[in-house]
Write a protein that binds this ligand. Structure first.
Ligand code: NAP
Length: 250
């Protein structure tokens, strides 16, 4: 068995860009083999794998739309066949379809629920069996502070992020005795494509609510995710860590 085959394998959903990309890089740097899931960012995912393998670990890109149960099943089979059992799952993939409730179309609700919440259920259900068998596993899901405090124009998105928190706390309770931890990172206002679409006045208003005085960067979030994966957090499960520059402190 080679050195890289002995390493633990982490699967990061939606890792081609944004926060997922930073998480995949950070885990690679810390010695994990990384399965890079993407939906449409094929080239970016391939390039990322090149950057990760430069750390001396293995990285491969896998296309799958994680909002679809059958694609998630196929994703896990492909990852297991070529890289081994997933020991660390990072549920990162997510979308927004913002609208005021009175105008919100059923599609806008359904798409966000499928991409943000159903995906977390499908991926965690697939990953848990191997983790139970190994009696070790780390699951981290990306929620959002709006799942804690709500946000006008994001009833669909906020509902999925609050749903992730309830789901993860249940998983944490169900599998704590099996050596598996399940925690949530709730980012605030992070500089990625997701927030890049916001109008200047909205960005300025958000910035005014951040005590540290700047937007977060993907690496700020990746550090918190890596903490939940590390041995330093062995006694932490069912927790929600807001990475928000102090926006929601209470
Ligand atoms: P982003 O820049 O818009 O990137 C979204 C990522 O999710 C992309 O890699 C995309 O893949 C992937 N994705 C979306 N739907 C997918 C699907 N059905 N199957 C597979 N991959 C899918 O977003 P981000 O800012 O990095 O956000 C990452 C996570 O953090 C999300 O869960 C988001 O809700 C959460 N978050 C972000 C912020 C923020 O301020 N940015 C704040 C709170 C929470 P492709 O490019 O391959 O299509």
């Amino acid at each position: 068995m080679t050195a890289t085959e002995n390493r633990r394998l982490a699967l990061v959903t939606g890792a081609g860009r944004g926060i997922g990309r930073a998480v995949a890089l950070t885990l690679g740097k810390r010695g994990f083999n990384v399965a890079v899931n993407y939906r449409s960012s094929a080239k970016a995912a391939e390039n990322l794998c090149g950057e990760i393998t430069a750390f001396g670990v293995e990285a491969r890109a896998f296309e799958a739309d994680v909002s679809k149960a059958e694609e998630v099943t196929a994703l896990f089979r492909a990852v297991e066949d070529s890289m081994g059992t997933v020991r660390v799952l990072i549920n990162n993939a997510g979308i927004t379809r913002d609208n005021l409730l009175m105008r919100m179309k059923t599609d806008e609700w359904d798409d966000v629920v499928a991409a943000n919440l159903n995906s977390v259920f499908y991926c965690t259900r697939e990953a848990i069996r191997g983790m139970v068998k190994a009696r070790w596993g780390r699951i981290v899901s990306l929620a959002s502070i709006v799942g804690l405090v709500g946000n006008a124009g994001q009833a669909n998105y906020s509902a999925t992020k609050a749903g992730i928190i309830g789901f993860m706390k249940s998983v944490a309770r169900e599998y704590a005795a099996k050596g598996i931890t399940a925690n949530v990172v709730a980012p605030g206002f992070i500089d990625t494509d997701m927030t890049g679409v916001l109008k200047e006045n909205v960005r300025a208003a958000m910035l005014g609510q951040i005590p540290v005085g700047r937007m977060g960067c993907p690496e700020d979030v990746a550090g918190a995710v890596a903490f939940f994966v590390s041995d330093e957090s062995n006694y932490l499960t069912g927790q929600v860590l807001a990475v928000d520059g102090g926006m929601t402190m209470c």
